[in-house]
Design a protein around this ligand. Sequence first.
Ligand code: GDP
Length: 481
Amino acid sequence: ADEARIAFDNLADRTSDFFHPTVRLGVTGLSRAGKTVFISALVHNLLHGGRLPLFSVHAENRIGRAYLEEQPDDAVPRFQYEDHIRRLLDERDWPNSTRAISELRLTVEFQSASGWSRMFSSGKLSIDIVDYPGEWLLDLPLIDKSFADFSRESIARARLPGRRDIAGAFLEMIDAVDPKSPMDDPTAQRLSRAFSAYLTAARADNTALSTLPPGRFLMPGDLEGSPALTFAPLSAAKGEPFPKGSLGAILEKRYEAYKSIVVKPFFREHFARLDRQILLVDALQAINAGPEAVRDLEIALSDILRCFRPGRSSWLGSLLSRRIDRILVAATKADHLHRESHRRLEAIVRRLVEGAVKRADFSGADTQVIAMAAIRATREARIEDNGDDLPVIVGVPQAGETIGRETFDGKTETAVFPGDLPKDPTPLFMDADGHAKRADPIRFVRFRPPKLERTEEGLTLSLPHIRLDRALEFLLGDRLR
Ligand code: GDP
């Protein structure tokens, strides 16, 4: 049934693609990586003619018109572009982050670069932007995992030495229930809440920042409270099935339901139809939290990247008839650093994903890494400090942000010396034995979004950014020739 459904979707996509060229662009990343901000900035810059010298179709003045259109999928929530932009521009505050999947169609009418293809090409491309939480991709390994395996692994992870503080309550509760006792919904709910609280704490924990499946326990979407999202791992005797009607039997059934009605449909109906993908990474947050967090981020990114190139014989691999052919890994929020550190940020993220790219079969997929700020909230300057010439960034820190003893009011422009990323990134990572030195943290202040800027030609007002145009050129440039 999976294959038939996907074949049908693909045929439908291809048929409409023939008459109406379309590219489906996936935008993902872990929570707060910057997906909402990236999509808002991309659309605003295309609709209003931003400053995009490295985006060839724009630089060559070949865009005729860009506009939003009705999205193709009626069952997917629309990306709330207008609300997000209103919040960014009128309130100069950041928009609400991604909680579930959403979609937006942006259509660009353009002239072809060469006269020959201008005769044949329709000169119109629809970009279907699909925004979804990276946490959801971490569920892929569950497809091949039984409830017993899932339970054993989850409980073993919760028992890791560093986890005692955050997992204690959950483990006690699991130890106190008998999986063979009759099913009782309040107990299932209590277990599920404790499990989800532990996963959330593991995520929020500044030293570990682990991101563990099930992904919907971190980002529930619209199924919160349903039986398929109300389960927890249980310890059980190996190989022994749970008696009929027992807590264990019902939670096992719910775990299977989670896979079949939550995980599989997402991969089949949305993920399998993507052509291009951007993966946003907030490396600065992990660097500041220390080497354990960097290692956790590395593991999560490698699990995410594996979804983009699954083995042909795997469940997902056998579904994909089209394959994502360009993947951009973008380190976001580069405006928190002076330009001198951007290359270093890129090198760190390249190193974070290097292992994953080498392991999976990325042949046929072009993968690039860049440091970017979809919205640049700061500008650069240099100040003299005791005879030193320091590279600083200048912006308006959000109300309540602090540096040392100073607390900001959200109105005052301030120069911040963010610190440098090290030239050699090795100390940021753990060595093979799990040892790590701590590097100096980056001075990380959250700034308010900027005002619109006049483009060089002075014609339009646009949102400032760092290398958003390079990202667009890589993701879409070839489809707009
Ligand atoms: P999502 O969860 O991936 O949708 O994350 P958001 O797009 O909502 O971003 C989370 C937060 O990160 C925002 O509220 C901003 O504070 C910050 N942020 C994201 N992108 C940028 C950027 O390009 N520049 C700056 N300065 N901050 C950003």
